[in-house]
Design a binder for this molecule. Structure first.
Ligand SMILES: Nc1ncnc2c1ncn2[C@@H]1O[C@H](COP(=O)(O)OP(=O)(O)O)[C@@H](O)[C@H]1O
Ligand SMILES: [Mg+2]
Length: 260
């Protein structure tokens, strides 16, 4: 049984004054336990909508979303969300206190939460930075703290919505490498959303390519059989890049045409 399945999901945003917007229709995917699934699509196609429904922040208009065979009805610690920007940290807490926050809310003992927070800070490469406040940290570091904070709650899966989009190119590459290492170390199931083909091929075990909206759905799924470190200049990497590019090219063109 897959960990997550979307069955024929439809999402229509209701408008109070204008016309309703059918963002998704007949949207179906399965995500297996332990897999790194990338959802790729042009801007505005409905990627964030998919993530929000799985997180439990939005409800589908029709269709079913199951996790472990049970319908998703509300937000849960099982599904840890890493947001796009880096402003979700508490500015008045230092790095380790930010990571401990969820554990403190769950009344995990002081010693245990500190031990766990330090372990996850180390995992994201922030050992030695634990006393710093968000304002003293770079965008990449703040994004790592977010990841550590979510991982410290030991969710069944991570939901990431273009988490590195705001970082400069070098930091982004570094974060991709680190995330790949974290995934190999923890084997947490990941749904990773991006509009960047390169990022999807760098990270994904499978890549679901979405159509342009409205009524977006999955156009196809590309399985990436590359193991270990992936290099952008390898022939195999380029073959996957081309396969995904061929699939998404028309969708990007459509979404640009609609934006005119
Ligand atoms: N709360 C909302 N009300 C109305 N329309 C929305 C709302 N949220 C998103 N949309 C529309 O749904 C479509 C998909 O949005 P979104 O899921 O954010 O796309 P993506 O993340 O792929 O850029 C867009 O056309 C967007 O304008
Ligand atoms: Mg989005």
């Amino acid at each position: 049984m897959p960990l997550v399945s979307f069955h024929d999901v439809q999402k229509t945003y209701r408008s109070l004054q204008g016309v309703d917007y059918p963002a998704l229709e007949h949207f179906s995917i399965d995500i297996e336990v332990g897999e790194f699934f990338c959802l790729l699509g042009p801007s505005g196609c409905g990627k964030t909508t998919v993530l929000k429904m799985l997180a439990g922040f939005e409800t589908p208009t029709a269709g079913r979303i199951l996790m472990d065979g049970r319908p998703v009805t509300s937000a849960s610690r099982d599904r840890g969300v890493v947001f796009q920007g880096d402003d979700s940290l508490y500015g008045w807490l230092n790095a380790v206190e930010n990571v401990e926050f969820g554990l403190r809310m769950r009344r995990v003992s002081r010693a245990e939460r500190r031990e766990r927070a330090m372990r996850f800070l180390e995992l994201v490469g922030l050992r030695g930075q634990e006393q710093k406040y968000p304002a003293e940290l770079s965008g990449g570091m703040k994004q790592r703290i977010q990841i550590a904070r979510v991982l410290a709650n030991e969710p069944k899966m991570l939901l990431m919505d273009e988490p590195f989009a705001a970082l400069d190119a070098q930091t982004r590459s570094l974060m991709q490498l680190e995330l790949a290492n974290i995934w190999r170390a923890t084997r947490t199931t990941v749904l990773f959303i991006t509009h960047d083909i390169d990022e999807a091929v760098t990270l994904g075990k499978r890549i679901g390519v979405m159509r342009a909206g409205p009524r977006s759905q999955v156009k196809g799924v590309v399985e990436v059989s590359l193991n270990g470190a992936r290099s952008r200049t390898d022939d195999a990497f380029l073959r996957y890049y081309k396969a995904v590019y061929e699939m998404i090219r028309d969708e990007v063109a459509k979404s640009l045409a609609r934006a005119d």
